[in-house]
Design a protein around this ligand. Sequence first.
Ligand code: ADP
Ligand code: 5GP
Length: 208
Amino acid sequence: MNLNKHPGKLFIISGPSGAGKGTIANRILEETNLEFSVSMTTRKPRDGEIDGVHYYFVEEEDFVRNIELGGFLEHAQVYGNRYGTPKQAILDRLEKGIDVLLDIEMQGALQIKENYPDGVFIFILPPSLSELRKRLTGRGTESPEAIEMRLSNTLKELTYVDKYDYLVVNGELEEAVNRVKSIIIAEHSKVIMTPEELVREYTEGEEE
Ligand code: ADP
Ligand code: 5GP
């Protein structure tokens, strides 16, 4: 039987820098069947980052060429670097019934919402601005000025929350991960069959 079998779905995790998107995305990739969409970026790799695994690290000219070829589902400039979501790899996986997970910032998420409204848009937010400041400081990847810029951007990003399907507050990590996993399950439980299809599938092969 093939009851309510869903096609591949695109899950977009988005939200302010330091919200915990990467941390939650890693857990989801470990604990579910979702596959990660590896983005292209012009930023330099950080220690431990692997080309083709965390990002495709490219030069500006390669990035621009890919825009011209129509190779991105979305792309954006983020704090001085370019980031883009390669289109074909995602379409291939969705077609095979594989769910895909994106970890992207808000400009990109809003572009995808325009072009691909079937995506599931999940906004991740830390419990407070002070907690966000603490986490960004603790991560140690940005200067104090860069952290202040991210905090002021966060306030702007809050005003776009209504573009999203779900809001997950990332207070306690386990709870946030469980909520995202629950969203994935709920999305796959949505009714997509017509009554006629359901009756046909349900009775096929049954004796009269
Ligand atoms: P983003 O990918 O959204 O920029 P990260 O996943 O890098 O955010 O998280 C920012 C920092 O906050 C990291 O140092 C991470 O370890 C920490 N962090 C993430 N989630 C939590 C949480 N629930 N509680 C405490 N610290 C967290
Ligand atoms: P980082 O440089 O810290 O890895 O990422 C910076 C920001 O860029 C994060 O908010 C991350 O979610 C976002 N990002 C990563 N890949 C993409 C992408 O392909 N498109 C967009 N729009 N944002 C991305």
